[in-house]
Design a protein around this ligand. Sequence first.
Ligand SMILES: [Zn+2]
Length: 98
Amino acid sequence: MKKGKQPYYFNDRKLGEFEAEKCPECKEVFFTEEASDKIDKTAKDMGLWGLRLEGKLGYSGNSLIVRVPKKIAEFLNFKEGQKVSIHPEGKGKLAVEA
Ligand SMILES: [Zn+2]
């Protein structure tokens, strides 16, 4: 494990650089407990806290539907009827971009 500061991103916003350990092989980053507390505090200060919510997938015809909680939609300024681009972002991750 290699110690050092690593950037932390929430969506595409960089919250800062925080103390972490990085695995030289798989490049996975593990933030220290102290850093995690700082990340939480920074996210709260930036008004980003509570934007990670549980959702559920469902089908409507041939399309998979995911509901975006109001809080997240407002944060992203997403409006009903707005055109968005949808694409997978790696495995198990879906991106919706305005
Ligand atoms: Zn590893």
